[in-house]
Design a protein around this ligand. Structure first.
Ligand code: NAP
Length: 318
């Protein structure tokens, strides 16, 4: 398995940016890498700007079985392949955080945390989404000391231990099934008595050793130096119940990383509104992937959005 360190040694990420591009793509998840691939192949000079690691949230998925043509893979491997294809087509990738986008006469300046502000004619925002927090007592204090938002990143620390996964969607069930292979005991805590997750995952969960705790929410997370227990509240009876755990994996959905794009129209949750060509409410700024208002957030729909956004930019410019 290739590592991000190898990426850096190969100097793929740390190329110096040019001052001008046709297209700057903000975020190197599946949407951004697909936009880079399509933009570069259309003949646009493209840079994909990434603040952290390639792949975004998709890299936190241990098993991907619904990306057509790839029977089974993990998020990191799939995104690594996308990254190689994107840069192989000629898109540049740059590690820095985009902190703002300013309009100029001919297009935009993208302000980066590294102090540079490259210009471009079109921007595609593919900044994705971040895991939501529970906002309960103890969550902040124990983050990194038993509270995690990424089972594939932190699961190995809980080998042979007891953990609870919170949530009832695809992420929570996938996380619980992944952790079941490592931990001695896995609870799945959900606020209702039916999962939101796909049926295939529901069936796998039923066939697993994961213990569901239905109709319950986390009231608080407690311990000394690290997590020792969680207090759960039964949503029907309001009774509090304590469960001893070494770790808690929060998988209750995501919020869009759209704070810096305040001028764009969004829905009530902050997801950016686009038309079917991925145009936002600001002329010249497009948007793709999980940060966009849409009904299905999957790797395949992120890739499709990215391809459409880059093709729209190419149609405008060529
Ligand atoms: P999600 O589908 O939004 O599910 C969030 C879950 O957390 C829901 O079960 C929700 O309960 C629960 N929840 C929300 N807020 C809560 C709170 N404050 N306290 C307790 N529980 C809370 O999020 P996700 O599972 O992260 O998935 C996000 C998107 O990625 C979805 O579109 C999903 O299909 C996609 N995804 C796909 C795959 C795949 O296809 N392999 C894998 C991972 C994610 P309710 O059900 O009661 O609302």
């Amino acid at each position: 398995m290739p590592s991000l360190l190898v990426f850096k040694q190969e100097n793929v990420y740390n190329r110096d940016m040019k001052e001008k591009y046709d297209l700057i793509i903000i975020g190197a998840g599946p949407a951004g890498l697909s936009a880079g691939l399509y933009g570069a192949r259309a003949g646009l000079s493209c840079a994909v700007v990434e603040k952290a690691a390639v792949g975004g949230l998709a890299t936190t998925t241990a098993d991907i079985e619904n990306y057509p043509g790839v029977k089974r893979t993990d998020g990191f491997s799939l995104c690594y392949a996308m990254m190689e294809q994107c840069t192989g087509a000629g898109a540049e990738t740059v590690f820095s955080e985009a902190v703002g986008v300013d309009r100029t006469d001919g297009g935009f300046l993208v302000r980066l945390a590294n102090g540079t502000s490259p210009s471009c004619k079109r921007v595609i925002i593919t900044a994705g989404a971040s895991p939501k927090k529970l906002n309960v007592d103890g969550e902040e204090k124990f983050t990194g000391r038993g509270v995690s938002y990424c089972a594939t990143c932190d699961g190995a620390f809980f080998r042979g231990k007891t953990v609870a996964v919170i949530g009832g969607g695809n992420t929570a069930v996938e996380d619980a099934l992944y952790l079941e292979k490592l931990a001695a005991k896995v609870y799945l805590v959900h606020r209702r008595d039916a999962l939101r997750a796909d049926r295939v995952l529901d069936e796998r969960l039923k066939a697993s050793a994961v213990t569901p705790i239905w109709n319950s929410v986390v009231h608080s997370i407690d311990g000394q130096d690290k997590v020792a227990q969680i207090a759960l509240k039964d949503v029907k009876t309001e009774a509090l119940n304590t469960v001893s755990v070494d770790g808690i994996f929060v998988a209750i959905g995501q919020s869009p990383n759209s704070e810096i794009f305040k001028d764009l129209k969004t829905d009530e949750y902050g997801y950016i509104l686009t038309d079917e060509d991925m145009r936002t409410s600001v002329d010249g700024i497009l948007c793709a992937g999980d940060i966009r208002h849409k009904s299905l957030r999957q790797v395949i729909t992120a890739c499709a959005d990215g391809a459409i956004a880059a093709s729209t930019a190419a149609r405008d410019l060529l």
